[in-house]
Every structure is written in structure tokens, then in C-alpha cells.
Design a protein around this ligand. Structure first.
Ligand code: GLN
Ligand code: ZN
Length: 755
């Protein structure tokens, strides 16, 4: 069987790409050095795939910022506002699209989450009469280089239907009328790539969703006929992932492509139907190694699926692959020197997953029964670990009742009970974190390394909190936060204090651009050992008359941003976390905190791609939030924060979370998500972000005031809050202070017109 992966994580096992990018942006590293680091990383990753004896190495998976952006550049679909950047160097032009151009005051492309992952891509923007100017793309050069170096490259492109489905039309022109132009551009790219390889991966995860409108689906066959023709005998692999093909199964099997890749981790149920429908000219690539988790593959379980396919279509037509790109998992478990052996034993990162594919191949050929037995024994031993099942936790989960999920009164009554908090119209606040300065990071590092005593650490963090409160008072914000100086990461911070979690040293995964996250690992039952945030918040509140928001991460977000054990249901794990957060909420309330924010930044991204699965998920996810938050009195105000733009479809579910106030992203999408609020009256307060914290640009008073005026068309004045669209920890104080000063000024300006 042929073996391959859909892509290798670009960032590097020492996050070399991150460092190079950030130095380049600061002007400390010349372009050549950035490109040299990139070349080294690519070669290293190709060699890993070759060493694992995979049949192909992946090209086009490496990007300096984002693969969707690369595709946008390859097509030349550069929005008109960037035409003034045309004279810039190619790298500067590229990064202007990604990060905005501060000097010329040009906002970046919008950024949003890639399907149900925590990876963010840059949203293509199109309008009818914008000419496309094809820009060079590294995939062609990289494929050529890989071949010259003796590798067997399989270039990958995000497919035309996925690209167009995710693109945003600026001028309301019919999107799918652009399809001919898009296909023509892809044909050209395929013709250029073909001489350098014998298989090209074209990714259409959109086929695993319900996003393709009929007018697009209708044209799928003809479009793919053109693409296949452009390859002239070269093989196209149509790659689908993140779920089963469901309603698009026929389109995929009739695409005329030589290979169809299926995600059998998230969509194992589709195999039977695909095997029945697949034409004899098409091979199947089985995505059996999970590209989105860190656990070793259960060989015995996968063997059943693979053998089913082999029996139906013959071994020559079966390929083995990762379920999706390995972009979503860290690089190399060998870097993990601190993990307990019994946990590390169960893990496989990108490097190990490459080897697993070769291993599975051998097992199927009956050449390695020892490996199969060893794998089975290892998974059995893991289930027997005491942390895998804690009796008290299981009992508490089993006795959760509906009354645990309900506040005492409905939202409008609670608003009256919360009048004592005494806030002005259009209250101003922030999302929680303030800049993580070098000194804050040093304090945490030194404490971790044992160079600071606990007492020294506490006093250093208290000092940061004090400064942060003082700055907010000076800015005139209405609801303050403690600033999260003690938190490296909003999920890791809680994971570190909860039972059932462990941490990798180097398990970094790219989130966007140079930004990486290091997800905690949930390997056992979860419970709270002691209060986690109370002392910090109580201290912050003691410094000011203004209300300080307690700041917690919600159960769904903790779940979604962790690598989760795969031996019990995710919904069960989520309930365990919710109970732990509930205990913390009640302790905060007891210590006099008036407002508690429970962030659910990941609620939307955790949604499975198909409607039927999504409903099931939303039900248990919303219940978990309610379980975490509903224990408080009516007079305590619960906030939640969510940062993503496609919000409209799930607004009724968000309402069911029953928070008193929600803050949401919207500045990057020009407030259009507020349209949702015209059809749907949200009972609680709403804070649409008016300041895009993903860009270093300082928004003006007038532009934020304008956004607020727009928001007032949809949101009653008593319910409108004023805040940035996310936490400020990645920003510098030099940007944050003037931006927030402008934000407060904008709120005052608009507030004045209301009274
Ligand atoms: N409270 C968190 C912060 O401000 C929220 C971050 C997020 O939504 N991603 O950093
Ligand atoms: Zn956010």
C-alpha cells in the first residue's frame, strides 16, 4: 500500500519558524535569513517522511503564515485596498495581507477558524470587477526542489471549491459566478506542477460540510474534469477530512480523480458506503492515523477498517494516510523528557505518526504481529491506570440534575437584581488579559525554574495586578480586570491546577501565523483540587471601588483546546470540567466578586461540520456552560466571551447559555455579525468588539464611535457594552493604552448622545 501524510507541521520542533518570523517583523532579521530557516525546516520535514519510509513527502504544506493566504496569492486574488503595496517586496506585501499595513493604515484580511479546529486562516475577499494578478507561490519551487533533492514530492493545494466556499464576497456579487475564473487559475497551477511530481493533493474539506450550495455542487463534476485534464496523466488525490462525506459522497467518488482520501478517524462510518460507490479507476486513501490528537493509533481497530477496504477493492488500490494534515499536532514526542513514562508511552506526535503509517502497512501485510500485540497490550495497560477512573468524579457526574443547569430567575429579572453593580449606559470593559510584558514572562519563568520563592512570585504578580488596575482606572474603564499576568495561557493555567491533566514541554501547535499554543493533555478523570483564581481576583478587587470581573475559562473551551483522552466520550470529560469550574465560580461569588466572566472562545470551533452532529454537540456544550455558571445568585452577573465571526447560525444556542452579558468578535468583520441581532432578540447585554486586537493598528475614536452607532441599530442602548474583540495579551502597552483611551472616548461620545 502507498503511504503518505497530508501535511507536516511547519513551525518546527523548536518553533524555529516562529522565532524567525517574529525577528523578521521586528526588523532584526533579514529576509534571506527567514527564507533560509524556512528552507531548512522544509528539508528537515521531508527527510522525516523519507526516513519513516513513506512513499511521498508533502510539499505546499509549509507556509510563512497561512496556506489559505498562500492560495489567495497563488490565484492573485488580492483585494484592491492592497494595490498600494504592489511596489513592496514580495514578503512585505504578503505580510501586509496577513497582518495589515500599520504605516498605510490598511487593515489585514479577516481571520477566522479553520473548520472545527483551533487553527486560523485568512479569509479570501473577492468582488466582481477586481482583476487578479497572479503572484508567485512557493509550492511550485518547493516541489521542484524536493524532487531535485531526491524526494518524491506530493504537492498539496487547498481546492477551488473550499477556497471559494470560504471566500467572502465584498460587493454582494454572486460568488459562484467566479468559479470559471478560479478553475482556470487552478488549471494553470496544475499544469505548472505536473512535471515535478506524479501525484497532487487537492484538499476539499468543504465536501465534509453542508456549505456547498446546489449551484456549486452542480458544477463540481465538470470542474474536476477540467482539473484532471490539466494534470495530463498525473494523479490528483482529492483529499477530504474533518468528517464523513455524507451528502457529497457521490460528488467525491465521481470526481474522476485517481485517489480519494477519506478521514476515517472522524468519519469511519462512511467507509462502507464509499466502498460500494467507488469506481474501479479510483484508489482510496484511508486516513487512519489521527492528525488532530496525540495518542498512539489503535492498530487493531484500524486493521479492521483497512482489511475491509482491501477485501473490497484490492490492496493495490488502498493507500494509508493521516486523517488530515499533521499541522494540528506537535512535532516530536522524543522532545518530551518530563512526562511520566506511562503517559508518554501512549503518545505519538507528527514524527511518530509518520512511522505509525509504515508500521500499520507492515501489520496489514502480516509481517509484524509483534507490533500489533505490543500496541494492544499498551492500550489495555493505559485503561487500568488509577487516574483513568476516579470513583468520586464518576459519581458526581452521574448525579447532575436539571436544576443544576438553571439560574434562579430569567435574564430580565436578573438584570434588576444586578442593578446594584451600578454601571453607566454603554459600560466599557476589556476581555481579560493585558499585555504580557517581558517582565511578567520573566517572573513566571523564574518561579517555574525555582529562582523565585512562592512569596516573591506572589508579590511580583500582585505588583503587576496593581499597575494594571491603576492603568484601567486612569483610562476610565467601568468594569476592570486583574489582567491575567499569572496566566501563560487561558487553558493551560486551569489545566495545571486540575487533576487529570498533564503537560508537554514542547507540544506546540500553530494557531495562526507565528502564534502557537501548547494544549494541555487530558489523560485521566478531571476534578478541582483547590481554588484556582480566588486570591488574585480578591486582591485586584481590594484595590478599587470599580467592579473587577472574575475571569475563568469555560469547560467547552478547556476541552476543545486540550488534547483529550479518546477512551471515554468527550461530553463526559466536559461534564467533569464543568463541575470543577462550577466550584470555582461559587468560591468567587462567596469572596464578593460581583461579575464573573467564563470565556467560551472555543464553543463554535468545537462544532462538528454536519448539522445533525452539531446539534448533539451544542446541546451538551451549552449544558456544560450552564452547569459551570448556573449555581450563582441572581445578583451575580455572568459574562461570557466568544471570539469568532460566524455567529449567526448558533445565536439561539448562545442565548441558551443564559449568560447575562456576552462579548463577541466583530470589529474585523465590520459589525456584520450584528445582523443576527435584528432577527433574534438577545435578552442579555452584548459587547460587540469595536477594537481589533489582532492588528497593531490603533483604532480611532471616530471609527469606534461609528461601530457603536451601528451596533445601536440592532442592540437596545441598555444592553450595549463597549469592549475590544479579544484579550490584549499579545499586544504592547504602547498600542493598548492609546487604543483603549480612544475606545473609552468613543463610548463617552456616543453615551452623551443617548442621555
Ligand atoms: N480572557 C481571555 C483573555 O483576555 C480571553 C481570550 C480569548 O478569548 N481567546 O486573554
Ligand atoms: Zn477572544
Amino acid at each position: 500500500m502507498q503511504t503518505h501524510i497530508l501535511g507536516f507541521p511547519a513551525i518546527g520542533k523548536g518553533r524555529e519558524l516562529k522565532q524567525a518570523l517574529e525577528s523578521f517583523w521586528k526588523g532584526e532579521l533579514p529576509a534571506e535569513s527567514l527564507l533560509k530557516t524556512s528552507q531548512e525546516l522544509k528539508k528537515r520535514h521531508w527527510q522525516i517522511q523519507k526516513d519513516a519510509k513513506l512513499d511521498y513527502v508533502s510539499t505546499g504544506d509549509f507556509s510563512l503564515y497561512d496556506r489559505m493566504l498562500d492560495m489567495t496569492c497563488l490565484l492573485g486574488a488580492i483585494p484592491r485596498r492592497f494595490s498600494v503595496c504592489r511596489g513592496d517586496s514580495p514578503l512585505d506585501g504578503y505580510f501586509s495581507l496577513a497582518r495589515g499595513d500599520v504605516r498605510r493604515n490598511i487593515p489585514a484580511l479577516e481571520m477566522t477558524k479553520w473548520f472545527d479546529t483551533n487553527y486560523h486562516y485568512l479569509v479570501p475577499e473577492i468582488s466582481a470587477n477586481e482583476p487578479w494578478v497572479v503572484v508567485d507561490h512557493p509550492v511550485i519551487a518547493d516541489t521542484r526542489t524536493a524532487k531535485e533533492l531526491g524526494y518524491s514530492p506530493k504537492p498539496s493545494l487547498i481546492g477551488p471549491f473550499t477556497w471559494l466556499a470560504l471566500a467572502k464576497v465584498r460587493d454582494g456579487s454572486p460568488k459562484w459566478e467566479r468559479l470559471d475564473a478560479v478553475i482556470a487559475a487552478y488549471e494553470k497551477i496544475l499544469r505548472e506542477l505536473s512535471p515535478h511530481c506524479d501525484c497532487i493533493q487537492i484538499e476539499e474539506p468543504v465536501l465534509c460540510t453542508e456549505l456547498l450550495p446546489p449551484e456549486a455542487a452542480m458544477r463540481f463534476g465538470e470542474a474536476y474534469a477540467a482539473l484532471n485534464a490539466a494534470c495530463a496523466g498525473n494523479r490528483l488525490m482529492l483529499a477530504t477530512y474533518f468528517g464523513p462525506l455524507a451528502g457529497n459522497l457521490k460528488l467525491a467518488v465521481n470526481s474522476g480523480c485517481a485517489v480519494l482520501h477519506l478521514d476515517l478517524v472522524r468519519g469511519a462510518g462512511q467507509l462502507k458506503a464509499v466502498l460500494e460507490a467507488v469506481p474501479s479507476t479510483m484508489s482510496l486513501s484511508l486516513g487512519v492515523v489521527d492528525g488532530r490528537n496525540i495518542w498512539k493509533t489503535d492498530y487493531a481497530a484500524r486493521k479492521i477498517l483497512i482489511e475491509q477496504a482491501v477485501a473490497a477493492i484490492g490492496r493495490e488500490r488502498v493507500w494509508l494516510g493521516s486523517s488530515c494534515s499533521l499541522l494540528h499536532c506537535p512535532a516530536d514526542v522524543e522532545e518530551e523528557t518530563d512526562l511520566p513514562e506511562h503517559i508518554k508511552n501512549r503518545m505519538a506526535f507528527a514524527v511518530q505518526k509518520c512511522a505509525e503509517l509504515a508500521g500499520l502497512n507492515k501489520i496489514i501485510e502480516n509481517a509484524d504481529s509483534a507490533a500489533l500485540e505490543e500496541n494492544t497490550a499498551l492500550l489495555r495497560a493505559a485503561a487500568m491506570q488509577p487516574e483513568s477512573m476516579v470513583k468520586a468524579v464518576r459519581e458526581r457526574v452521574a448525579t447532575i440534575s436539571t436544576s443544576d443547569l438553571n439560574r434562579q430567575s430569567a435574564c430580565p429579572q436578573r438584570r434588576a437584581a444586578q442593578a446594584w453593580i451600578n454601571l453607566p449606559l454603554l459600560p466599557t470593559t476589556t476581555i481579560g488579559s493585558f499585555p504580557q510584558t517581558a517582565s511578567i514572562r520573566k517572573t513566571r519563568r523564574e518561579f517555574k525554574n525555582g529562582r523565585l520563592t512562592e512569596a516573591e512570585y506572589v508579590s511580583a504578580i500582585r505588583h503587576e495586578i496593581k499597575e494594571c488596575i491603576a492603568k484601567q482606572e486612569k483610562l476610565g474603564l467601568d468594569v476592570l480586570v486583574h489582567g491575567e499576568a499569572e496566566r501563560n495561557d487561558m487553558v493551560e493555567y486551569f489545566g495545571q491546577q486540575l487533576a487529570g491533566f498533564c503537560f508537554t514541554r514542547n507540544g506546540w501547535v500553530q494557531s495562526y501565523g507565528s502564534r502557537c499554543v501548547k494544549p494541555p493533555v487530558i489523560y485521566g478523570d478531571v476534578y478541582r483540587k483547590q481554588p484556582m483564581t480566588v486570591d488574585w481576583i480578591r486582591y485586584a478587587q481590594s484595590l478599587t471601588e470599580k467592579p473587577v470581573k472574575g475571569m475563568l475559562t469555560g469547560p467547552v473551551t478547556i476541552l476543545c483546546w486540550s488534547f483529550v483522552r479518546d477512551d471515554i466520550e468527550r461530553s463526559e470529560v466536559c461534564k467533569q470540567i464543568a463541575l470543577a469550574i462550577r466550584d470555582e465560580v461559587l468560591d468567587l461569588e462567596k469572596s464578593g466578586v460581583r461579575i464573573i466572566q467564563i470565556d467560551e472562545a472555543a464553543l463554535r470551533e468545537g462544532m462538528p461540520l454536519l448539522k445533525s452532529d452539531a446539534e448533539v454537540y451544542l446541546q451538551w456544550a451549552v449544558d456544560a456552560f450552564r452547569l459551570a455558571s448556573a449555581g450563582v445568585k441572581d445578583s451575580t452577573q455572568i459574562h461570557t466571551h466568544m471570539c469568532y465571526s460566524e455567529f449567526n447560525a448558533i445565536l439561539p444556542w448562545i442565548a441558551k447559555m443564559d449568560a447575562d452579558v456576552i462579548s463577541i468578535e466583530s470589529s474585523r468583520s465590520g459589525m456584520e455579525l450584528l445582523d443576527a441581532f435584528t432577527d433574534f432578540r438577545y435578552q442579555g447585554g452584548v459587547g460587540p468588539g469595536v477594537y481589533d486586537i489582532h492588528s497593531p493598528r490603533i483604532p480611532t475614536v471616530e471609527e469606534m464611535a461609528e461601530l457603536l452607532r451601528k451596533a445601536l441599530c440592532n442592540i437596545p442602548r441598555e444592553l450595549l457594552w463597549v469592549n475590544p474583540d479579544c484579550g490584549l495579551k499579545t499586544r504592547q502597552w504602547e498600542e493598548v493604552l492609546p487604543s483603549l483611551a480612544n475606545m473609552v472616548a468613543a463610548a463617552l461620545l456616543v453615551r452623551d448622545t443617548l442621555s
